[in-house]
Design a protein around this ligand. Sequence first.
Ligand SMILES: [Cu+2]
Length: 347
Amino acid sequence: MTIKTMVRMMIFFIACLPALSWAEKREFSMTIDEVSIEVAPGFINKVFAFNGQVPGPLIHVREGDDVTVHVTNNTTLPHTIHWHGINQIGSWQNDGVPDVTQEAIKPGESFTYQFNADRPGTLWYHCHVNVWEHVATRGMWGPLIVDPKKPSALEKKVTKDVIMMMSTWESPYANSYGKGGSPQDVPDFFSVNGRSFPNTQPVRVKKGDVVRFRMIGAGDEVHEMHLHGHDQLVAFKDGYPLPMPYFDDTSPVGPGERYDTIVNMNNPGRFIFHDHVDKHMTNNGATLGGPVTIIEYDGIPMESWYAWKAKVYDPNFFYSESMKQGYGIFNNPAFMGRPVENARRRK
Ligand SMILES: [Cu+2]
């Protein structure tokens, strides 16, 4: 081998390094547990919870990563996980649809999903068994964020991620596993990240921040998400970058849909960000409730009449802190439920 050939090989090897580093292996474990969460003050709902929490843990990976997730079902009913947005190229048996791609994971059993994060964007995961109950009213969903190999100039400007998963609840069935969610049933509580106002949290920003709101329709109704005081640049739909991003002030987020908006925080003050469907702004008819947050700028005084003047602030309610931690799986203690006595555990 000549020195020239060796130099060529070294150059080729060095050129390949970035590509090699893209395909990381990520291996996670999740349980599904029976717990109860307080959605709104006084309204407790029994859920099937990924790692005991609603929303489920944040899974944050990079485009091209090989992902393995071991799932153990500690509940009394069967479940699966569908990785919504992953195309499962050559791995269709991991798509999580019961009786189509796998047998549902029975109580006490485990299943391992293996797939490639084949496309970037705001994705999510959810159970695919009795979706109308397990997803629409039992909290079986969580965020799956896949960073692109090559972020756009717009994405690079973002200083804060805010993940908002909107969903619905049916209080008559709150304590009855196996019931609820049929088309004739009427949702009466509405939430963002599993909580209704005032159990939700503010989004704290400073002037100059660029916030990426990642809105995910995890429930069974369309949420018309309206941000006051700012232009929302709608830049991604279902994780795909839009060829021509557009401005709006109200984004319709239907079941399964995702909209990412980029907002320049350039208007110091305090602004509500809420669902514009009137009934969604109630907790079982009582206003004010539902999927509501408030954009709080640094330096704005908390007057005595401000609804959240005494709020204990959780900076990670929208996974903003976890999103800064790099790749991995991120639980959030604030989303943990309380264990409920379950039939499997009693045996
Ligand atoms: Cu399920």
